[in-house]
Design a protein around this ligand. Structure first.
Ligand code: CP
Ligand code: NVA
Length: 300
């Protein structure tokens, strides 16, 4: 059973296989979902993840069943385990976007079919696959390239760091104290692959010499009540033209979106010529196709 709950659980070779599956012509993947369903459960809102994953299921010959979290009521209407065991009888794969990562872990523990994490508080693996595909499209081979992530050390940052280190990149985090990675977390990620990771609370230092500068919202879904306080703490971590001037010449900007112009990114950078954000969003569909195919046992 190939669950995909976080990037750090796969080997570098598996990640390379997922990327190859994402790049393969759709016809080469052989419609592994023909006549089968995939449950897409969302406890939180989504644009990119829902649209791209639904379409990836269709491209693999299957039928996506979108389900809102409140409809099935994990642990309120019935236990996660009951929902999972029942749904696994209808579907070839169960995908879920959840607040608490332990929900997808509990699903995986009892599911008779593969489980996919479509974002939890711990990680956003589908986003990370699209991110490395986007960096590869732009830079070619990723080994020894430098990617900086500036802002909140959150689900997107963690999955990006895991994928980048697996592929031999050097990750530089620029995060304020209290919203940064612990020393244990840095060691865990550093040990994942050929790449390296380090962290600074100085955003200029973090982006210095980086070929890619990545950020995400300062206030993730579920943290809305902390927004004012976060805007205060993260103020000097905005990715703008001044911060990008410390990065390598021709450095590019990435953002998983939704983007909040004037907060974590200036409008000029987000909508400027260095921004890969739209291409990155579009890469979510082949990324989802590659991940689903991998979980279903397709290999190229
Ligand atoms: N980047 C991302 O996951 O976007 P959505 O929340 O719109 O799916
Ligand atoms: N960190 C953000 C990512 C949104 C795609 C969140 O969890 O809300």
């Amino acid at each position: 059973m190939t669950h995909f709950l976080h990037v750090g659980q796969v080997s570098a070779n598996d990640l390379i296989e997922i990327i190859a599956l994402a790049a393969a012509p759709i016809e080469a993947l052989g419609r592994p979902l023909a006549g089968r369903g995939v449950a897409l459960i969302f406890e939180k809102p989504s644009n990119r993840t829902r649209q791209s994953t639904e379409m990836a299921v269709v491209q693999l010959g299957g039928h996506p069943v979108y389900t809102r979290g409140e409809e099935i009521g994990f642990d309120t209407r019935e236990p996660v385990e009951d929902v999972t065991r029942i749904m696994a009888g209808y579907h070839a794969l169960l995908a879920a976007r959840v607040f608490d990562h332990s929900i997808v872990e509990r699903m995986a523990a009892v599911s008779a079919v593969p489980v996919l994490n479509m974002l939890s508080d711990r990680g956003h693996p589908l986003q990370a696959v699209a991110d490395v595909i986007t960096m590869h499209d732009h830079l070619g081979a990723l080994a020894d390239r430098v990617v900086a992530y500036v802002g909140d050390y959150n689900n997107v940052a963690r999955s990006l760091a895991e994928a980048a280190v697996l592929l031999g990149m050097h990750v530089r985090l620029g995060c304020p104290e209290g919203h940064d990675a612990t020393t244990a977390e840095l060691s865990r990620i550093d040990a994942l692959g050929a790449g390296t990771i380090c962290q600074s609370s100085d955003p200029g230092h973090a982006v210095s010499g980086a070929q890619v500068v990545h950020t995400d919202t300062w206030t993730s879904m579920g943290q809305e009540r902390e927004k004012a306080e976060r805007v205060e703490v993260f103020g000097r971590y905005q990715v703008n033209e001044a911060l990008l001037s410390y990065a390598a010449d021709n450095a590019v900007f990435m953002h998983c979106m939704p983007a909040y112009r004037g907060l974590e990114v200036s409008a000029g950078v987000m909508d400027g010529p260095r921004s890969l954000a739209i291409q990155q969003g579009h890469n979510r569909m082949p990324a989802a196709r590659g991940v689903l195919a991998f979980q279903l046992g397709v290999r190229v």
